[in-house]
Design a protein around this ligand. Structure first.
Ligand code: PMP
Length: 411
């Protein structure tokens, strides 16, 4: 199979990118770190399910239910294969990364950690990899240890990590930062955690959009992933678990589908993934995610990522020429994502975003669910333009020109 290595061909499969906004401007979508757009094949797969075989899974003998069940379980296999799950590893479907991190906290850590145990986090974490651990720490009297981020290099302080992991039971680390674009040295972080006897979960919400993650290579105990940033629908993600973890977990949500038998006095639970998926699962979303993975399989991910980085670096170089702009993140390296965070010294971030919007350019503004990192950077918010493979060099240039114009007019 020939991989798609022409990014304009890839772009042509995303209908929304032709959108004209109500003010007549053509959309320039630079909010990909928040959610990516979806190719036609994903939209079609979900429509086909609703038009042709919409039915509940697992519980009926009729044809539609059989078709839906087959497609749903095929999606699980497709996710397992894409993320290189080792034999004995499992895909537990969740509503996204946030839900996957919470499942790890409540389904594994709550059962296996006890009073006084320590968990290592970093200052770079998204709130979804902070708040569940704070809640658990309060309930179980756990210690949370924070690894510093260097506010000059925008990297984790590895020496600090080595000292904080000492004696800790679990490390919860962001793979690729949604604010700085920094790709953490996860293979090394996993090795250090394991050498010191700790388990490790990686928040791969951003990473999975930009690189083909392989659980066997990464060797982490848990990966939290999401569909909606990698061309799939919202509403679905997964906690990927290594062999041996399933047996150490307890179900968190009770209900239908996760049981084998229910008596008045007690219930027994399924011995497979369904144990953690009570109730009607996300059927259309699983089918959509599977279609997104099939689409990504056709994309040359190396070329796509290089293209994304070229656009991000082009934007960074352009923004550096604009008086008063500061960039947060080190884009001189290749181990970054397509995220460009910036601030102007006197213009308010939200004003810049609104003016960009009036020019058709969608960027994000705010703390990006990373307030501890914002405090480390000594800001309350940044503007964030985030590029993806379907963006173009013309869009990157138009974005820089727009920022220049705004600064010239209003600063
Ligand atoms: N972690 C990171 C690094 C993210 O960027 C996001 C999404 N903004 C999340 C977690 C939350 O992911 P989800 O939307 O799938 O819950």
């Amino acid at each position: 199979m020939d991989l798609i290595s022409d990014m304009s061909e890839a772009r042509s499969q995303f209908p929304i990118l032709e959108r004209i906004l109500p003010n007549g401007k053509k959309l320039i979508y630079l909010d990909n770190a928040a959610t990516s757009q979806k190719p036609s094949s994903v939209i079609d797969a979900m429509n086909e399910y609703y038009r042709g075989y919409n039915s509940n899974v697992h519980r009926a003998v009729h044809t539609l239910s059989g078709e839906a069940t087959e497609a749903f379980e095929l999606a699980r296999k497709s996710v397992a294969n894409w993320f290189g799950l080792p034999p004995g590893g499992m895909v537990l479907f969740t509503s996204g990364t946030t839900d996957a991190l919470n499942l790890c906290a409540l389904g594994w850590a709550k059962v296996n950690l006890s009073s006084g145990d320590a968990i290592v986090l970093t200052e770079m974490e998204h709130h979804s990899n902070i708040v569940p651990w704070q809640m658990l720490a309060k309930e179980k009297n756990l210690e949370l240890r924070w690894v510093d981020v260097d506010s000059e290099s925008y990297q984790l302080d590895l020496e600090d990590y080595k000292s904080k992991i000492n004696g800790a039971k679990l490390a919860c680390i962001i793979h690729t930062s949604n604010v700085l674009g920094t790709r953490n040295p996860v293979e090394n972080l996993v090795k250090i955690a394991h050498d010191s006897g700790a388990k490790i979960i990686l928040d791969c919400a951003q990473a999975a959009a930009h690189e083909k993650l392989d659980m066997m290579d990464i060797n982490a105990d848990f990966l939290a992933v999401t569909s909606h940033k990698m061309c799939g629908p919202t509403g679905i993600g997964a906690l990927l678990i290594s062999p041996g973890i399933f047996e150490e977990m307890e179900p968190v949500v009770g209900g239908g589908d996760m049981i084998t038998e229910v008596f008045k006095e007690y219930s027994t639970y399924q011995e497979n993934e369904h144990r953690f998926e009570a109730g009607t699962p996300r059927i259309a979303e699983a089918i959509g995610w599977s279609a997104a993975i099939n689409w990504m399989k056709k994309l040359d991910m190396n070329v796509a990522h290089k293209h994304t980085l070229k656009l991000a670096k082009n934007a960074v170089e352009g923004l550096k020429q604009v008086p008063g702009i500061k960039i947060y993140g080190d884009h001189s390296k290749d181990d970054v994502s397509g995220v460009v965070s910036f601030l102007h010294e006197s213009l308010h971030a939200e004003d810049i975003a609104r003016m960009l919007d009036s020019m058709g350019i969608a960027v994000r503004t705010g703390h990006h669910c990373a307030q501890p990192l914002m405090r480390r950077l000594e800001v309350t918010a940044t503007n964030r333009a985030s590029f993806y493979f379907y963006n173009t060099i013309e869009e990157s240039n138009a974005f820089v020109d727009a920022v220049k114009t705004i600064v010239e007019r209003f600063a």
